[in-house]
Design a protein around this ligand. Sequence first.
Ligand code: NAD
Length: 338
Amino acid sequence: MRESRTITVRDASSGLVAFIVLDSLALGPAAGGVRTWRYDSEKAALSDATRLARAMTIKCAISGLDAGGGKAVVMDHPGLDRPAAFRHLGAAVEALDGAFRTAGDVGTTASDLAAMASATQWVHEDESGLTEAVADGLVACLSAACRLTQPPLTWPNLSATVQGCGAIGGAVARGLAAQGLTLTVADLDHSRASQLALQIGAQRVSHRSVLSQSADILAPCALGGLITRDVAHALDVAVICGAANNILASVEAEVALKDRGIMWVPDVLASAGAVVRGIARTVMGLDDPAYLVRRLGDTTGEVLAEARERDTLASTVIASRVRQRMREAGVALGGLDS
Ligand code: NAD
């Protein structure tokens, strides 16, 4: 089964409405997390799942994984019986017979993943290794990017603002602090940000002031769509490198960053550590996924250097590399073909 498809999962007794989008199975099973969110409508949930699944396809292909992209989203609401709903979702994943390999994402808790795991073998429950892999991958990508700024930034004597102090933002902030960067952190949940700031010796600022902070680096690790064209025009940073998925609201935002000389490290590379670690072990049978995680930094350096040489966007370079991989696999990817 190599076709892309969408599965709607409904269970009236638990209140579950979920969508599983398998965007591409051309290179291998579809990999992607489960997002749980209060969507305004089923249409909004499906559209989020579709965009996130496409980002996973690009992420897996550019990272050299034998996997495609997928995503599951669960519509959160006050009446949701979570244990029963996530068991039901687990059964739907199990029925896909390994075509979808999943793990956590925003809004999905450890108990939700445990409930899924009671019904499927294809969910990765232990988030700690995955979040550390994201942090390692981001550090590799960021240090490669800092070597390419003009003038080069002197790693690690740099300041960075991390937006979002959840599973990923926390791991990223700890990883950057361990490298010696000076950090500022922010979260909608102030106590979460304060706790992290205390742990790693960072400054905490309000989530409202993140985009007006002057820093060498901005690391968005919360939700996507943060950088619009207007935001790009107002930022006072040299590099944007975060692990949130789909950080840019539009291609126009990437153009604005390029025009302003702000280096944009595509999140499909900066956030890829988790899927690299998971897929390298479970699908590709590699003993040393750390090598593939570190290689994200080399790929970032190549992509950014090529974008500069061709005077084009990093996302354009990534799209041509992904097309090339797909061609080699004998398939085309709708929406990326030229
Ligand atoms: P999480 O739910 O653990 O944490 C998200 C945090 O962001 C929360 O603390 C929330 O309060 C905060 N937040 C939300 N909006 C904010 C705002 N406007 N300002 C400041 N803080 C805000 O989620 P996570 O698993 O850490 O995922 C974060 C991002 O990383 C998502 O975009 C996700 O898709 C991406 N990602 C996750 C994984 C994974 O394995 N979990 C892997 C790669 C990428």
